[in-house]
Design a protein around this ligand. Structure first.
Ligand code: SF4
Length: 343
């Protein structure tokens, strides 16, 4: 691994920390040293923006429902999915539960403080282990997320793809070298926030950047380099909207994408070819771009009859059921336009 090229790493740390102590943002997870609360925030913030996690008090509500390892360890699948609704990537909450069960089972409910041990727990990768270790226990563990990787690639004018093994290893190496061993919690928060603010992907504010004097790139917009992106998969869904006596027909999902959730019953294009489309909705989920055609039908129009995994649920109880957010929006819209069916 190449050593970092800074002449005065202490001066870099001082400039970064001084700026962060004056301007750093306050988030609920920055006000705590509870490793469980920090783990929850880190898992929520994977693949979800800060604003989505903050919105509707999702973080606080989740911690109110699951304030510690024991409460989540014994929760049902429905409770987990409902509490995570709106955040997507639901395997994250299942892994949170497995992780809590492992800490209770192996470590009698006490989080191990070092990142190497934390990394052996279910659902905890190198980044999350470093985050818990440094934020909760003030251990000198580096972290690299997309913000930090961008800052380091620009700071050292690094022209290797940061999402390939060689590039990743180099970035982690630099993150470890730069980390202030006397203030790991503050340093990791600061460098991450630099990437979220001054060193943003599209609008880096280099002139006013607190570490401008240390930065080696002259073309920040060309960095970081990444390997080509995965293409989106186009998916077509044909969903049925059938209300009978104030109850809506739903089916339980079994596929890997949204296992355990309820969904509108689906049929093939052939099975619904004789039906009229009531509405079309488009949404994106992970690498899928879904076009959902909705068919509002009566019971005698149900193609193929009612399947064994399909059940009617009272409309007034839908709020209690785990439903993927896009499907909840589709149902709410269908109810708005068919107020008689849903009243
Ligand atoms: S000077 Fe510009 S490119 Fe360099 S770290 Fe600051 S914002 Fe990023």
């Amino acid at each position: 691994m190449k050593r970092h090229p800074l002449k005065n790493v202490r001066a870099f740390r001082t400039a970064l920390l001084k700026w962060f102590q004056q301007e750093g943002k306050s988030y609920p997870w920055r006000e705590t040293r509870d490793p469980w609360a920090i783990l929850v925030s880190e898992i929520m913030l994977q693949q979800t923006t800060v604003s989505a996690v903050i919105a509707h008090g999702r973080y606080e509500k989740f911690l109110q429902e699951f304030p510690d390892l024991k409460t989540i360890a014994s929760a049902s699948e429905d409770q987990l999915l409902k509490a995570w609704e709106g955040l997507g990537y639901y395997n994250r909450v299942r892994n949170l539960q497995k992780c809590a069960q492992a800490i209770l089972g192996i470590y009698q409910g006490t989080f191990p403080p070092d990142s190497e041990t934390l990394e052996t727990l279910p659902g905890i990768g190198k980044y999350t282990a470093g985050a818990i270790s440094s934020f909760a226990f003030e251990q000198a563990a580096p972290i690299v997320d997309s913000n930090i990787a961008r800052v380091l690639a620009r700071l050292f004018d690094f022209h290797e793809p940061i999402d390939r093994t060689v590039g990743q290893k180099q970035i982690w190496h630099w993150a470890g070298e730069l980390l202030d061993p006397k203030a790991p919690r503050l340093f990791n928060s600061a460098i991450m926030e630099l990437g979220q603010t001054y060193c943003s992907p599209r609008h880096p504010s280099c002139q006013s950047c607190p570490v401008h004097d240390f930065c080696q790139t002259r073309e920040p917009m060309s960095l970081p380099i990444k390997k080509p992106r995965k293409q989106f998969l186009q998916v077509e869904e044909h969903a049925l909207f059938l209300v009978k006596k104030d109850q809506l027909l739903l089916t339980r999902e079994t596929g890997p994408r949204r296992k355990g959730f309820w969904h509108l019953p689906l049929r093939s294009a052939d099975e619904v070819s004789h039906l009229e489309i009531s509405a079309t909705h488009r949404y994106t989920i992970t690498h899928h771009k879904v076009t959902l055609s909705l068919y509002s039908i009566s019971e005698n129009q149900l193609p193929g009859g009612q399947n064994k995994d399909e059940q009617f649920h009272p409309l007034k109880n839908l709020d209690e059921l785990p439903l993927p957010s896009p499907i909840r929006r589709v149902i709410n819209k269908a109810c708005e336009s068919l107020t008689n069916s849903c009243s």
